[in-house]
Write a protein that binds this ligand. Structure first.
Ligand SMILES: Cc1cc2nc3c(=O)[nH]c(=O)nc-3n(C[C@H](O)[C@H](O)[C@H](O)COP(=O)(O)O)c2cc1C
Length: 189
């Protein structure tokens, strides 16, 4: 049976937690026009680690607390498990539902970002959870994206967007989203 293109990613931008070694941060995996890419800010640790390693693991998971923690701090070694791919030690997040190990090649470098092309070399589907859409969960992810820029520039327009999403997290989220929100509010205050 043929797998859909990009499997298990979908066309568009897939929000995953990228791990390189024992370091993790949320990053979007962009799947378009038969290409798989990441655009990573050069100011991030993730960018320099990808440059050095040439491998990146895309951890697919839905836990908003992990997304917020990985965006603003270090997960700590206990969050990871080690495995081997082609004779190299790689690490994935222990609670990932699925993960893809990608070979990563820097295609383009601008002043702000590196554009990385990705080629899957190992894919594992550990668990397929049924995840109904929850606007609170979507909004905590949106607020975290804006929050990672807001801590750098304190742009009031970003703060307005964060506040909009905070309202939705409070209205539509569950306990895990509310815990992630408390963490986010701390990180960006
Ligand atoms: C859902 C989500 C998606 C993100 N996507 C990207 C991305 O595609 N590229 C990027 O450079 N930063 C992205 N970020 C921001 C990084 O995760 C953030 O800058 C992080 O602090 C980088 O960590 P590091 O410096 O430890 O690598 C995203 C953040 C979130 C919450």
């Amino acid at each position: 049976m043929n797998s859909p293109p990009f499997w298990p990613m979908q066309e568009g931008i897939n929000e995953i937690i990228a791990s390189v070694g024992l370091h993790a941060a949320p990053i979007g995996v962009i799947c378009r026009d038969n290409r798989i890419m990441m655009a990573v800010y050069r100011t991030s640790h993730t960018a320099s680690l990808i440059e050095k390693s040439g491998l990146v693991v895309a951890n697919i998971l839905h836990d908003p607390v992990l997304f917020v923690r990985a965006a603003f701090s270090d997960l700590g070694p206990d969050a990871f498990t080690e495995f081997e791919v082609g004779g190299r030690q790689v690490y994935r997040i222990l609670s990932a539902l699925s993960w893809v190990v990608y070979q990563a090649k820097i295609d383009q470098m601008t002043e702000q970002k590196i554009l990385v092309s990705l080629e899957p070399i190992q894919t594992e589907l550990a668990q397929s959870e049924i995840v109904p859409i929850n606007r609170g969960r979507n909004s905590i992810i949106e607020a975290a994206v804006h929050g990672t820029r807001y801590v750098l520039n304190r742009d009031p327009v970003l703060k307005q967007m964060i506040d909009h999403h905070v309202t939705l997290v409070k209205r539509c989220g569950g306990e895990r989203e509310l815990e992630a929100l408390r963490m986010l509010e701390n990180y960006i205050s």
